[in-house]
Design a protein around this ligand. Structure first.
Ligand code: GLV
Length: 330
């Protein structure tokens, strides 16, 4: 029986399922292991069920020669050096699709909360400052009928565009490396624009672009300067896509109206400059966290691990691979 490591706490039913195929070592206390603790626990393991918190790179692979599959319970895999895994014939899998609608719901909620100053309003009320109705009390920006900008028009971007166009009568502009086919643009009433136009035209800009060297600080001081002072910015992509220090400065100066953030540079320790700003809604990287979606992600990651290690009905054919696995070994 192959041995596998589950690096973080997960649903007990998922551990039970994995135990039907493998000898499973897991992390009942949900400690965030140091790099050397992780490498130590990976010795002799054929597979790893990981999350976005663990970094898998060439150095780790070299130190863990028995590893044949790295299966993350996340759609994003910027923490995994896919090329290095492919070079060693190690499967990499992720959990796309199952989280698309849930993540889009949350992105939309954050965007609405930022536009309508929801967190600020709640803090005001909880502080006991609400004494009377006032004509301009906590006035925010409308979402319906406004221009929704989307940077990164993949599955989640398109799901957000659908919500905006079909549910809220928004005009949708987007920027993506590759343009959507006309039919897909039509389905969400979206118009491709260059990045500068996107920044200039958006009333509410939502970032859904994967993190990579190319998207690092894609939104910084210069980009924020192009946005409308009444605009909101929502980041559900990854920390690092936004220069958080520049964003905090822009929010403090009123360069843009508000932001909704689920992801940060240096998670789980957001830039302190963001924490005491009134005009930012902050959540701890939970966009995919609905009961059924987190369970679906864990089930998919487990299914990937089982199949990647040659077990179960899909042996050798993990449902959602990121790379070609052992056949990709040069
Ligand atoms: C969450 O950020 C994910 O990539 O699934």
């Amino acid at each position: 029986m192959d041995k596998v490591l589950v690096t973080r706490a997960v649903f007990p039913e998922v551990l039970d399922r994995l135990s039907g195929y493998f000898e499973v070592e897991f992390n009942p206390d949900d400690q965030v292991w140091t790099r050397s603790q992780l490498v130590e626990r990976l010795q002799g393991k054929a597979g790893a069920f990981i999350t976005g918190s663990e970094r898998v790179d060439a150095e780790l692979l070299a130190a863990c020669p028995d590893l044949r599959a790295v299966c993350t319970m996340a759609v994003g895999y910027n923490n995994i050096d896919v090329e290095a895994c492919t070079a060693r014939g190690v499967w990499v899998t992720n959990t796309p699709d199952v989280l698309t609608e849930t993540t889009a719901d949350f992105g939309f909620a954050l965007m609405m909360a930022a536009a309508r100053r929801l967190s600020e309003a709640e803090r005001y009320l909880r502080r006991g400052e609400w004494r009377k109705w006032h004509y301009d009390q906590l006035m925010g920006a409308d979402v319906h009928g406004a221009t929704l900008g989307i940077l990164g028009m993949g599955r989640i971007g398109q799901a957000i565009a659908r919500r905006g166009a079909l549910g809220f009568g928004m005009e949708v502009v987007y920027h993506n490396r590759t343009r959507l086919p006309l039919e897909a643009e039509g389905a969400v009433n979206a118009r491709w624009v260059d990045k500068a136009t996107l920044l200039r035209e958006s009333d509410h800009l939502v970032l859904v672009v994967p993190y990579s060297a190319t998207s690092h600080h894609m939104i910084g001081e210069a980009e924020l300067a192009l946005m409308k002072p009444t605009a909101t910015l929502t980041n559900i992509a990854r920390g690092g896509v936004v220069d958080d220090a520049a964003l905090a400065k822009a929010l403090r100066a009123g360069r843009i109206a508000a932001a909704g953030l689920d992801v940060y540079e240096g998670e789980p320790h957001p830039n302190p400059a963001l924490l005491d700003l009134p005009n930012v809604v902050l959540s701890p990287h939970i966009a995919s966290s609905s009961v059924s979606t987190r369970r679906a992600m864990a089930d998919l990651a487990a299914g990937n691990l089982i199949a990647a290690l040659g077990c179960g009905p899909r042996a050798g054919r993990p449902p959602t691979p990121v790379n070609p696995g052992p056949t990709g070994r040069p």
